[in-house]
Design a protein around this ligand. Structure first.
Ligand code: GLU
Length: 485
């Protein structure tokens, strides 16, 4: 029987959830869903100095908004933090005793050693290494202190950290599910700190202890953690625990092929959610590094994504975060969304019938959520302002256009109510009339379009006229005529 899949998303609450971390969460979620496994949220807050208040709440709410429901982990219920699952606590600061226990065990079995070096000595060492162009790293100064002496000093309360005793020869290697064989020469690895002098574990120790006790089967995380992998593998070996499988995801790059950073614009997932539908954002980031090896790019929901998702189809090369593609994908998702719900999301709160009539016009021209309101603002507010010159198309003149608007006003006003029911019908009747008048569509419909919308680029003129209805259409035309007198 194969082992039950248990995966975890393990962010550190050191600031806003990065868009790259959201992708890590998504891939973990999809993998669990695909394999009927368990998806866990674990908060890695052992670096207390870098912990930001409110960050855990933000992580939870972004995951919730995105529908990335986890089976185990901390949850916010009515403003209170609770934990679900049998493997808790799921916030590392609640598990300190466990890490201490294994810090001690590693000392006992001499897979780790206490290091008493002062901050000054370490700074001095770094300076020397820099001066000699040597790679920075601990020189093993306390590594050979006899165990009895070292423990005596510890017991006397001498300030120390605990370091992993990395073997001086050989290699540490594994088969990464994305990168195949990854291998590290032990000689270049540093004796990493496992426990800091304040008794808090470092990321390495807490991460390995938790992955073991939470029975994590697969560690799916960003490539930036690859340098930590040999330390983790050595810890599993030292503690005689089986290591999970690993999958290191490719970096997210900016369009200039550098690691995506604040300078490239937003990196906080929550900021993207202000402008993009959650599923559009997930659809887009899912394709950053993974592709289904078909032409499919549009995924309407997480179930469809999970069906196609496969760790084996993740690329090694960095994935370029191209906002143009995100805009395009969002547009496709906007088009299939319920119009009433969209009107709420866009801050319009239109009644269902009005939303159904107005929203399609906005969707033709919206890439982001805020575009929706902007593009149909003119339908909602009769106080539209525009430059009167906009009414006059190129190579025409004020007099002709005033005349044309007056004629079309009478024509439209004389149409029966039933002619106003459907944009298509209104269009056919009007175009036929324009032709019979011996006029051009440009000189008739351009000013009409501007008079109705105040915009240079607007939705279809007959869609607008139908949505506005007869009397508002006539009023707007009159306003246009007034401006040309
Ligand atoms: N706490 C790490 C982070 O912030 C977790 C890395 C891992 O998944 O092992 O991403």
């Amino acid at each position: 029987m194969t082992k039950k899949v248990r995966v975890r998303f393990a962010p550190s609450p050191t600031g806003s959830l990065h868009i790259g971390s959201l992708r890590t969460a998504l891939y973990n979620y999809l993998f669990a869903k695909k394999t009927q496994g368990i998806f866990i949220l674990r908060i890695e807050d052992t670096d207390q100095k870098r912990t930001v208040p409110g960050a855990v709440e933000e992580i939870i709410s972004v995951l919730r908004d995105c529908g990335l429901t986890y089976d185990e982990g901390p949850e916010l219920v009515n403003g209170k933090m609770i934990e679900k699952g049998d493997y808790g606590p799921y916030i590392q600061s609640g598990r300190l005793d466990l890490y201490k226990k294994f810090g001690q065990q590693l000392l006992q079995i001499e897979k780790a050693y206490p290091c008493f070096c002062s901050a000054e000595r370490l700074a001095e060492l770094r300076k020397k290494q820099e001066a000699q162009n040597l790679p920075p790293g601990y020189d093993g100064h306390c590594r050979d202190i006899l165990k009895t002496e070292a423990l005596e000093r510890v017991n006397k309360g001498e300030k120390h950290v605990i370091r992993l005793k990395v073997p001086r020869e050989g290699q540490t290697q594994t088969e990464d599910l994305i990168r195949s064989r990854v291998s590290f020469n032990n000689i270049i690895l540093e004796d990493a700190v496992l426990q800091k002098s304040d008794g808090f574990p470092t990321y390495h120790l807490a991460n390995v202890v938790d992955d073991h006790f939470m029975e994590i089967s697969h560690v799916i995380r960003g490539e930036e953690w690859l340098p930590s992998l040999p330390i983790h593998l050595l810890l599993y070996q030292a503690l005689e625990w089986p290591a999970p499988e690993f999958a290191h995801l490719p970096l997210m790059l900016s369009t200039t092929r550098k690691k995506l950073s604040k300078r490239d614009g937003d990196t906080a997932a929550k900021d993207y959610l202000k402008e993009y539908l959650p599923m559009a954002l997930l659809n887009f980031i899912a394709l950053l590094g993974w592709n289904p090896k078909t032409n499919q790019e549009f995924y309407p929901n997480l179930d469809e994504l999970a069906k196609d998702f496969d760790l084996k189809k993740i690329n090694k090369a960095g994935a370029i975060f191209d906002v143009k593609k995100l805009n395009y994908i969002n547009r496709e998702h906007l088009r299939i969304s319920d119009t009433e719900a969209l009107s709420k999301i866009a801050g319009l709160n239109l009644p269902a019938e009005t939303a159904k009539e107005y929203l399609p016009m906005a969707l033709d021209r919206s890439e982001k959520i805020s575009d929706i309101k902007k593009s149909i603002q003119f339908l909602l507010n009769d106080e539209i302002n525009y430059d009167r010159n906009l009414l006059i198309p190129k190579n025409s003149n004020q007099e002709t256009i005033r005349q044309n608007l007056t004629e079309i006003k009478y024509f439209l006003n004389n149409l029966k109510d039933q002619d106003w029911q459907l944009a298509q019908g209104l269009k056919e009747t009007t175009i036929l009339w324009i032709k019979n008048q011996g006029k051009t569509n440009l000189e008739m419909l351009w000013p009409l379009r501007v008079a109705l919308s105040g915009l240079e680029k607007s939705p279809d003129v007959f869609d607008m006229a139908c949505a506005l209805g007869k009397s508002r259409t006539i009023q707007r035309i009159e306003k246009g005529i007034e401006q040309l007198i």
